[in-house]
Design a binder for this molecule. Structure first.
Ligand code: SF4
Length: 689
């Protein structure tokens, strides 16, 4: 038939951080099919529903196809030259009137590493604003901060293979069956696989929880007490590795004294678990020869996200469950290139996990870039939430969003709406238009997407894989890399910042020099080698095999982590705790998956889950249409699902849907260390619509 591909292009999935290898079938410059790459070590030929239908996004009607400039209030097609000339002129004018830091830029973990690296230089050294961050602050910043606090550096210490080799897998706030479906195969415990236990800590009975040997239906924000309580039992029972602690950690005596108060009875009173469940979990963890802890947004999306990560790291450190096969504290990342962007970014760190406040790190970069060292900032600028707040307060006057959709993804919609409306100039660069964010834009730049451009993604386990172009972008859409270089040209910094660069490969080669000798060392492998090997992990399967950490004395730090109640507790008026999350069918704010008929038909709308006890109390019936109210707004017309998946007093809704935007009701509170939002808990009231 006409849909039989003429060729198959090897590439990597552009959705999530699992990083599945795939083959994209092409006929007549159209992507007509996708199949899993059977030789790829991550997915071994399998793909989830999003990956299997990914080719449909390339020609979807929602693609942005031409630059649009707002003229007399209307977004009007213009040439690329006019678009980029206007952008540079407007941003320069605003910066000349209000200072360089009146510009805020937010990129994304959807960009290729080569693009994000190029963007960082353009923003920080070209536009000379430090206010540059990634949308990864909405998902992974707490893991980054927690790793830095415990180990002295970012970098997930383990690998997917550890999940198959562990005796115990402890998943905390990680519904991988929906959110990392292909990774979920690694917890397969069918006959023939290594016998091992799975414990899932989650307030909901998620699909992943249903797979567990032990599901701990913990009260929201009970995780820190549970983790401290496990540490208490491990120490009490002598299930710790005293040699590892003595050789490789600091702070054990204070830590042991601190967790002594987290008795099973005390932890049970905070978490809603039984003492027997807490003890069984600790004993299974402590007696495992190799224990693996994985986590995602249930941990990160919290005002205590960063310190919760350090609490998890504590468990691994006191039992020596790090730096060896099957044993790791492992943050499962969100976006396809969240890792590559946090390694190469010029956002919360300097490229190559360098630090702004380290003179030698700045000298190194100035030398490679052949610029005066004082061009490199000595401190990071505003993080994403602080850029939004500064825009609301009038300190940031221009915003540039790249492949991200804050009008749906940012907490407390009213705040972000105010920011988008109040800036003098808003640029939205995206593969799709209109989106709820691009509707506010003064300038829309149409970008190429996955399948149309070349570079690398790095997945959760630090595996660098190649993404290859298979088709041309639609209309006048262009790769983000080309847009950045053209902007540099118009700014007059192209030759200085990107000497003789023409393709993303030029960016990769400089990135190899920048990362050489660093923990995330890309100098060891070329694009060709990555492609041929179906991805290469920097750092090998486990980091810290020698027990030496990148801290001044080479030791990891044990942290004392208090368990604070979450900020907005339910009360008489708002009597439920709202939890938000994802579905296997959709991706983030559905700019892509809403364009895929198959996925959209499977899950066309959001819903609200409520426990039967509460439904009876409120006289609600299955399929009633309900409204969720919080102190910030209301989301109407949600289909009610009455289910024991959620506990009494709690409700759940998926966050993907602009039409029923959960972020109208969520709380705009952020982790003071990582700046990650507290998406997971806020107080709401439920009424029939
Ligand atoms: Fe793509 Fe993630 Fe699905 Fe793999 S699991 S096919 S990387 S969306």
């Amino acid at each position: 038939t006409s849909r039989i591909p003429e060729k198959w292009v090897k590439t990597t999935c552009g959705y999530c951080s699992v990083g599945c290898g795939m083959l994209l079938g092409v006929k007549d410059n159209k992507a007509v099919a996708v199949r899993g790459n059977p030789d790829h070590p991550v997915n071994r030929g399998k793909l989830c529903p999003k990956g299997l239908s990914e080719h449909h996004i390339l020609e979807s009607p929602g693609r942005a196809k031409q630059p649009l400039l707002r003229k007399n209030g209307v977004l009007t097609p213009v040439s690329w030259d006019e678009a980029l000339d206007t952008m540079v002129e407007r941003l320069r004018d605003i910066q000349s009137r209000y200072g360089n830091e009146s510009l805020g830029v937010v990129g994304t973990g959807q960009l290729l590493t080569e693009e994000f690296y190029t963007l960082g230089k353009l923003v920080q050294l070209g536009f000379r604003t430090r206010n540059h961050d990634g949308n990864t602050t909405l998902c992974m910043a707490s893991a980054v901060s927690g790793y830095k606090l415990s180990f002295g550096s970012d970098g997930p210490p383990g690998s997917y293979a550890d999940m198959e080799q562990a005796d115990l897998i402890l998943l905390i706030g990680a519904n991988i069956a929906d959110n990392h479906p292909i990774l979920c195969h690694r917890v397969d415990r069918s006959p023939g696989t290594k016998p091992r236990k799975l414990i899932v800590v989650d307030p909901r009975v998620t699909k992943t929880a249903m797979m567990a040997d032990l599901h701990l239906a913990i009260k929201p924000r009970g995780d820190i007490a549970l983790i401290n309580g496990i540490a208490h039992i491990l120490i009490r029972e002598g299930l710790i590795d005293r040699d590892y602690i003595a050789l490789h950690t600091n702070g054990f005596e204070e830590f042991a004294a601190y967790v002594a108060t987290f008795t099973p009875a005390h932890v049970a009173s905070i978490t809603g678990l039984t003492e027997a469940q807490i003890t069984e979990t600790a004993l299974l963890y402590g007696r495992a020869k190799a224990a693996f802890i994985g986590w995602t947004m249930g941990v990160n999306h919290s005002t205590q996200g960063a310190v919760t990560v350090t609490a998890i790291n504590n468990l691994a450190l006191i039992t020596g469950n790090i730096g060896r096969t099957g044993a790791a504290p492992f943050s499962i990342t969100g976006q396809c290139n969240a890792m590559g962007t946090r390694e190469s970014g010029f956002t919360s760190s300097l490229p190559g996990y360098r630090k702004f406040d380290n003179p030698q790190d700045r000298e190194d970069l100035a030398h490679i870039w052949n610029i005066p060292v004082d061009r490199i900032p000595t401190a990071r600028g505003l993080a994403y939430p602080d850029i939004i707040e500064a825009a609301v307060q009038g300190r940031v006057k221009a915003l540039w969003f790249i492949a991200t959709n804050p009008a749906v993804s940012f907490p407390n919609y009213k705040l972000v709406e105010q920011a988008l409306q109040s800036v003098e100039f808003l640029v939205v660069q995206d593969g799709f238009h209109p989106t709820p964010t691009s509707d506010f834009a003064h300038l829309v730049l149409p970008a190429a997407i996955w399948g149309e451009k070349e570079g690398t993604y790095t997945n959760s386990e630090r595996r660098v894989s190649k993404a290859n172009p298979a088709v041309r972008p639609p209309g006048e859409a262009r790769p983000d890399f080309d847009i950045f270089l053209d902007l540099a040209e118009k700014l007059g910094v192209r030759q200085e910042l990107y000497p003789n660069w023409h393709t993303p490969h030029d960016a990769y080669q400089e990135w190899q020099r920048v990362s050489a000798g660093r923990m995330c060392d890309y100098s060891k492998f070329s694009w060709q080698q990555i492609d041929e090997a179906n991805g290469i992990q920097w750092g090998g399967e486990s980091l810290y095999r020698d027990g030496i950490f990148p801290t001044p004395d080479g030791r990891a730090k044990l942290h004392l982590v208090p368990c604070d109640p979450f900020i907005e507790q339910p009360d008489a008026e708002y009597d439920f705790i709202l939890n938000t999350g994802r579905t296997v069918e959709h991706w983030h704010t559905r700019t892509k998956t809403a364009e895929v008929e198959l996925l959209n038909d499977m899950v066309p709308n959001a819903w609200l889950e409520i426990n039967p006890y509460d439904a009876t109390r409120l006289e609600l019936k299955p399929h009633d249409r309900v409204t969720v109210h919080s102190r910030r707004g209301a989301v109407a017309d949600l289909e009610l699902r009455i289910t024991g998946i959620v506990a009494p007093g709690q409700v759940f809704m998926p966050f993907h849907f602009a039409e029923t935007n959960s972020n109208i009701v969520t709380l705009g509170s952020f982790d003071p260390i990582s700046r990650e939002p507290n998406f997971k808990q806020c107080a709401v009231r439920i009424e029939r619509t």
